[in-house]
Design a protein around this ligand. Structure first.
Ligand code: AMP
Length: 123
């Protein structure tokens, strides 16, 4: 899928619409999800035009990949999630219900999160 420069996270990165910022460095921006699914729900996005994890890992420069992943870890630490634990998740494509076509890692925490996926799944 080609990158759409008008997606909402691209607009946030360009400062065209606001976000509730948690962390920013040269590689990444983190902000609170507008529709939180847990007491802590933060999104971390890379500063580059990448639709998905596959696109990012295939095409981003090494420094950006490293910096982005470090930013995810820093945000979890900054939010005091490391000791109690937290979950990261990146949706990609139709089957995962990816809504915004700019790579983002969700960070969930602030309470016991339960099983990762549908516990009734039987294959
Ligand atoms: P996904 O389904 O993985 O693409 O998740 C997209 C996420 O972006 C959802 O959890 C939305 O609530 C969130 N979201 C959409 N627009 C905004 C926004 N303007 N600011 C913060 N979060 C947003």
């Amino acid at each position: 899928m080609a990158y759409d420069p008008n997606n909402i996270f691209a607009k946030i990165l360009r400062g065209e619409i606001p976000c509730n910022k948690v962390y920013e460095d040269e590689h990444a921006l983190a902000f609170h999800d507008i529709n939180p699914q847990a007491p802590v729900h933060v999104l971390v996005i890379p500063k580059g035009d990448y639709v998905s994890m596959a696109d990012f890992t295939a095409h981003a420069p090494d420094a950006l990949i490293t910096g982005f992943m470090r930013a995810v870890g820093k945000v979890a630490d900054q939010l005091d999630l490391v000791e109690p634990g937290y979950r990261t998740l990146a949706n990609a494509g139709v089957n995962a219900h990816q809504e915004v076509p700019h790579l983002h890692i969700h960070i969930f925490g602030g309470k016991p999160l339960g099983p990762m996926l549908n516990p009734n799944f039987s294959g």
